[in-house]
Design a protein around this ligand. Sequence first.
Ligand code: SF4
Ligand code: MG
Length: 278
Amino acid sequence: MATMKDLRGDAPTWCPGCGHFSIMAGIQKSMIELGYEPHEFAIISGIGCSGKVSEYIRSNSFHTIHGRSVPIAQGVKMGNPNLKVIASGGDGDGYGIGLGHFVHASRRNIDMSYIVMDNSIYGLTKGQTSPRSEHGFVTKSASSENKEYPVDPVCTSIINGATFVAQGYSGNIKQLTHIIKRAIEHRGFSHVNIFSPCVTFNKVNTYDYYKERLISIEEPFHTRDAAIQSLREHHGLVTGILFEELRDDYQTKLGIDFDMQSVQSGEMDHERLTLMQE
Ligand code: SF4
Ligand code: MG
C-alpha cells in the first residue's frame, strides 16, 4: 500500500498557510485510504498556483494550459479507463476560461473527478479579481471595486446534470478527505469546489471569514432543487456532499468500459478498441 512518502512529488513552493496544502494532503490521504498506488492515478492540472498540484503529488500527471484541465482529463479517461483521473485547478482557471468545458463535463458524465481550489482571486499573477471574487471586492491591481457578481460553481454543475457535487473547506481536512474519497469512488463526473484561502492576496475570504460563515451538512439533499434552494439561502456557503445521483456514465453508454488487461493480453474486442481510438 502506498504511503505519504510514495505520493510526494516536487517540494511545494506555495506560501506558508496557503489553503492548497490541505487540498493536496486531502487528495494524497484519499489515495492512500482507498488503497491506490501512484501509477493508478492521473492528475491533470491547469494554470495558477493550484496548477502545481500535479507536480507536487507523485502520480501520472499533466500540467496543461489555462482552463483546459477538464478536456485533457476526459481524454485521459477515455484513453485508459482503468486510471483514476482527477482534474484540478483554480477558480480563475476553471470558472473563467475553462467554464465551457466545466459545463459540458457536467452534462457528459465521464467518470472523473474535478477538484477546484477556490480562493476567489488570481493568486499566481499577484491578486486580480477572479470569476469568484465577490461584488465590491477590492484588489491592489484594480482601479475600482469589482462591479461584477461571482460565478456560482456548485449551482452550475447541479443545474447542468453533474452526478456528484460537493463543497469543502481547506480548514476542515477531515471532511475534505471524506468528500474527496467519495468523489473518487463515484462512478461519473464528480465536482468538488473547495474554499481555499489565499493568505497572501485575498484579505476578505480568510480562514476566519469561512469559520464564521460556513455551515456543513451530513447527508446530501434528495433533489437538485433542494440543494440549490439551500445554497441560495446560505449564500453558497454550505459544505458537504450536496447532491449525488447514480446514472450510467459516458463510457458505459458507449460500451467501452473494459479491463485494460484484456487489451494488453490481446483478448480485447477489436471493434471496441477501434471505437476508443477514434
Ligand atoms: Fe497560495 Fe495565494 Fe500564495 Fe498562491 S499566492 S501560493 S494561492 S497563498
Ligand atoms: Mg484562484
